[in-house]
Structures are given as C-alpha cells and as structure tokens.
Write a protein that binds this ligand. Structure first.
Ligand SMILES: Nc1nc2c(c(=O)[nH]1)N[C@H]1C(S)=C(S)[C@@H](COP(=O)(O)OP(=O)(O)OC[C@H]3O[C@@H](n4cnc5c(N)ncnc54)[C@H](O)[C@@H]3O)O[C@H]1N2
Ligand code: MOO
Length: 419
C-alpha cells in the first residue's frame, strides 16, 4: 500500500499582511496550520520499526493475555475460600506456561500451576505456593481467598481488534513489546523524513583542515546532522558552501532532489553575504520571518523547488534554539508525527535576570538541587554553553524580573527529543 501526501503549497510560509515582529506563538501556529505530512508509507518488520512514525493505526490481532492464566506459582482450584483452614486434594498433573493441562480439575480439587500457565478447565483461583503446605496428596492453606485471586483475565491488558497505537506515533521500544505481544510482526510506517543539512560561509573549514586567520571550524553541521539522527530522520550531508550565490543555488538544487526538508545555517539575515535569504527571496517563495525571539531572530523560511527550507541563523546557539523551537515541531508534521509541544516544568530559578518586553528568550540551563541554573553568558557564539546545558529556560514574551526562587519554565533537552 502506498500513501503519497500532496505537495506543500508555495505560500505555506507566508506571513499575514502587516506583521512585523512575529511573536513565537504566532509563528508556531502558522507552521502548525500550513504544514502536513510529505512522506509516503512502507511496511517494515518490528526490528526496523524503532523511532519510525506509524502511518496507520496498529490493531491487535490477538488479546493480551490471550487466555486466562496465573500470575504466580501455586495451586489452582475453583471458587473463593472462606476464612479458616482449607484442605483440598491434589489432582495429578500440572499446568505450566506453554504446556497447558488438558483435563478438567474436579470441583473441590487443586492442581499444581506455574506462572503464566493457562488456567485449566475447573480453575479460576490460585493460591500462592508460599502460603501452602503439601504432602504430595493434598494442600492446606489459610483462607480467606477471593475467587479469581492471583489470576489474569483474558484481554485484561488488550483485546483483539483494539487499536493499540495511533497513526503518528513515534515508535518506542515499549511499543515494539506491545505490538509483538498482540501478534503483529510488521507495521505500516512512514518513510523517514530526509533532511539535507548545508553550512554556508566563506569562513568555514572542516575539522582536521588547517585553519587560516579569519577561518573557523564548522560547528553547526555536525550538530544539526546528529540532531536529525536523534529525531529519527535520514540525513543528507551537503557539506559547506561558500558565500557564492551560484554554488549555493546548485547545492539547494541537489538538496531538493534528495531530501524532503533543507536546513541551512548562516546567511539568514539581510547582510551583503546573506545569500540564503537572497536566493530564497529571488525564487519567489521566501518569507523572512523576523521572530520576536532571542537567540535566533533571523529565520528564513522558503520553498526551493517545492522543498521547504529552514534558513537557520549562523550563530550555533541561535541555530540550535531555532531548530528545537521551530524546525523540530514543523519537521514532526512533515514526518507525519503531528505537532508536538515540548514538556516544560515550573521550577525555582537559581539566578537573577531583568528581561525586556517584546520577545521570548531561551537561556541555556540545567537543573541542580531542584533549581534551574543558567549559563554564565548569553553570547550566541558560546558553544561551550550548549554542552554545559541540559535544557532551556523559556522566559515569556513580556518583561520579567527574575529573582532566585522565582518560578521559571525549564524545558529539558529530552523534551525536544534531544539527548
Ligand atoms: N546588523 C545586524 N547584524 C546582525 C543582526 C542584526 O539584527 N543586525 N543579527 C545578529 C544575529 S542575532 C545573528 S544570529 C546573526 C545571524 O546572521 P546569519 O544567519 O546571516 O549568520 P552569519 O552572519 O552567516 O553568521 C553569524 C555567526 O555565526 C557563525 N557561523 C555561521 N555558520 C557557522 C557554522 N556552521 N559553525 C560555526 N559558526 C558559524 C559566523 O561565523 C558568524 O560569526 O547575525 C547577527 N548580525
Ligand atoms: O540569533 Mo542571534 O544569535 O539572536 O543572537
């Protein structure tokens, strides 16, 4: 079965008329409204399914448990037992997991039964072996014991025919247990979203190469490629492209042919060498989103030959924040996983800060002793702070004076699916 979604429209990134500085929530709402899945479906075995996006609801073929069984090692019989000493004759034979007892246990008799074994005919209650004395002929234990004790009902977890996982679900190891237990050995998932990553800038050199004065090593590309892998996407490494419009156009052509989304970093603002935004503008499908956000104000969103391009700012901190805040939920939609908002937590601040109104701010942060600490500098090129951090503190759009102990919103990197 193939499922081929429609292409995105060329104006999917258009901002409403008259918008200047776009608040973060408005920018996110626009992305959520305009984008949809671009990937097709394929069937994969469970061993290939981890991290993939379900394209169709998964339905249990079999109940879990498939038949009533015992939750403990012990002795099975019919009915509850009142208070006091209980003595029951032992039926010959036993029931074990995978080796059921074929006969019927007569009323008033007990049979040896092991954890996971299907309950034989005539058994609906099990007494724990630790509570029993036996001479091999009979068992004795103290009541009371409720009817059904220590047993599991057929389908008490999942019934055959029930939807176990909804389409759009990003499959976890636990989902594979559920899928396998309910009799499925393959799943219909979406093809991995293919993300091309391009670094731009004359100043960039590859790690390992000699760097002259004025040159710096490319930090964004290894970070973004690794992040895309953590998100479960397939990556296309387009390398570094000089600040040259023709070379960049050629790279975008190639990227659009091989990927569903293109991430560029650098050249996103409106300077003389900001070719990403210039090219996208020329292609007629460029939207320069000036987002009321720190770090990461310039975000160039455009379409290149029908492929969405996220033109991230060059500063590594801004590139990462923009990716986590904007590109990740947008790419989730493109990948068929739906829109997801990162889970944040209100925690006491371990810092002071006076924040100006008019833009949302993200600070590199981590939790220590129950409080959120922030990195010593807000500089957007301080890459060491990204490694130091374990998440972001999100400060709201309005003005805010934060004092130690005040509640702030901490979003762990894991909430953005970043390890
Ligand atoms: N006149 C103005 N200048 C700048 C503004 C502004 O509003 N007015 N905004 C600043 C902010 S904020 C940012 S962020 C940057 C974004 O600019 P670009 O996206 O055009 O990025 P570049 O100028 O190409 O690079 C910025 C910075 O990042 C370094 N960089 C770029 N790519 C990489 C990479 N792959 N690895 C490591 N570092 C990289 C680059 O060398 C620059 O230092 O604009 C500000 N300027
Ligand atoms: O995007 Mo710039 O790095 O806000 O600081």
């Amino acid at each position: 079965m193939t499922l081929t979604p429609p292409p995105l429209s060329n104006d999917c990134f258009a901002l409403p008329q008259g918008v200047d500085w776009t608040p973060v929530d408005q920018a996110l709402a626009l992305l959520e409204e305009r984008l949809g899945p671009v990937t097709s479906a394929e069937t994969v075995s469970l061993s290939e399914a981890l991290g993939r996006v379900l394209a169709e609801d998964a339905v249990a073929l079999r109940s879990n448990p498939p038949q009533p069984n015992t939750a403990v090692d012990g002795y099975g019989f019919a009915g509850g037992r009142p208070e006091g000493t209980q003595v029951l004759p032992l039926q010959e034979g036993r029931a074990a997991a995978g080796v059921p007892y074929g006969g019927t246990v007569p009323q008033g008799h007990a049979i040896r039964i092991l954890t996971g074994a299907a309950l034989p005919e005539g058994v609906d209650t099990v007494v724990l072996e630790e509570d029993v004395r036996t001479d091999g002929q009979s068992i004795a234990f103290n009541g009371p014991l409720k009817q059904g004790a220590n047993t599991r009902k057929a389908g008490e977890d999942v019934n055959a025919g029930e939807v176990i996982l909804r389409r759009g679900r990003v499959l976890t190891p636990a989902d594979l247990a559920l899928t396998s237990a309910t009799g499925l050995n393959s799943l219909v998932v979406r093809q991995r979203l293919r993300v091309a990553v391009i670094s731009t800038g004359d100043e960039l050199v590859e790690p390992g190469q000699a760097a002259r004065d004025g040159q710096i090593y490319d930090a964004n590309r290894p970070m973004l490629l690794a992040l895309m892998q953590q998100f479960g996407f397939a990556t296309v490494d387009m390398g570094r492209i000089q600040d040259d419009r023709a070379a960049l156009a050629a790279a975008l052509d190639q990227a659009a042919a091989q990927a569903d989304v293109i991430l560029t970093s650098g050249g996103a603002s409106a300077g003389d060498e900001d070719h990403v935004s210039a090219l996208l503008r020329e292609s007629g499908a460029m939207q320069e989103w000036r987002i009321a956000l720190k770090p990461g104000r310039p975000l160039a969103l455009g379409m290149w030959q029908g492929t969405p391009v996220f033109g991230l700012p060059g500063n590594p901190v801004a590139a990462l924040v923009c990716t986590l805040v904007f590109a990740r939920p947008a790419m989730g939609l493109l990948a068929g996983a739906g829109w997801s908002e990162p889970q944040g937590f209100e925690v006491p601040a371990a810092f002071s800060k006076r924040k100006k109104p008019g833009r949302r701010e993200y600070l590199r942060a981590r939790m220590r002793s129950g409080c959120a600490e922030v990195f010593k500098s807000e500089g957007s090129g301080r890459i060491s702070g990204l490694s130091w951090a374990e998440g972001l503190v999100e400060l709201p759009d309005g003005a805010m004076d934060v004092a130690p102990g005040d509640p702030v919103r901490f979003i762990p990197f894991a909430s953005f699916c970043m390890g």
